[in-house]
Design a protein around this ligand. Structure first.
Ligand SMILES: CC(C)(COP(=O)(O)OP(=O)(O)OC[C@H]1O[C@@H](n2cnc3c(N)ncnc32)[C@H](O)[C@@H]1OP(=O)(O)O)[C@@H](O)C(=O)NCCC(=O)NCCS
Length: 159
């Protein structure tokens, strides 16, 4: 487990397959924040091995945030699959901290463009993404099923 950065006792780490406790913590957090759309360990494992999974952990090692990324076939592009902060810790700047560390790490690995999808109803997430320079690229109706519309957003990383 590599620690990338720490802010007020909260650290962003890169999760490895051996980090059992953290994987369990991400599963629990995902259930709370994404419910039916939560990822579990079966999905986290290939994300960890072939993409990258970041966790935000508190002073005691408990998972309070997570972010899953995979690389596109186009080598310079990445997809931000999900980011979440535990409800007890939301609106305290931690989503911003986590995303900042994630984007810096992706840049270090040569990623030049990041894409994601977000619900048009998720104003907070849209604000978060726009504050990093993400722009709305396309609106797709029913992307994830009936009524599950999404914005596709895109960030061109600056050198
Ligand atoms: C979206 C999410 C990751 C943001 O994390 P967070 O820690 O709550 O956000 P931050 O405190 O870092 O705030 C980031 C920006 O979001 C906006 N924001 C945060 N809380 C807000 C609130 N209660 N009301 C309005 N805007 C808010 C602000 O623009 C803020 O930037 P600013 O403080 O500079 O104005 C978090 O709310 C979350 O986990 N939501 C559930 C899962 C989800 O929807 N994930 C995104 C889709 S994958």
């Amino acid at each position: 487990m590599d620690v990338l950065d720490t802010h007020s006792g909260k650290s962003v780490v890169i999760v490895g397959l051996e980090d059992e406790e953290i994987i369990r913590g991400i599963e629990e957090l995902e259930k709370i924040t994404f419910k039916d759309a939560a990822v579990n360990r079966w999905i986290l494992a290939p994300f960890i091995e072939f993409g990258r999974v970041y966790a935000l952990v508190d002073e005691f090692g408990f998972v309070i945030g997570s972010c899953e990324i995979f690389r596109a076939w186009q080598a310079e592009e990445a997809h931000l699959f999900a980011i979440s902060i535990h409800p007890d810790y939301q609106s305290k700047g931690l989503g911003k901290f986590l995303l900042d560390v994630v984007l810096k790490d992706l840049k270090k690995w040569g990623v030049k463009r990041v894409k994601l999808t977000v619900s048009p109803k998720n104003d907070i997430a849209i604000k978060l993404y726009e504050s990093f320079g993400f722009e709305k690229e396309k609106f797709v109706e029913n992307l994830y099923g009936e009524g599950e519309d999404r914005w596709i957003m895109r960030l061109e990383m600056k050198d």
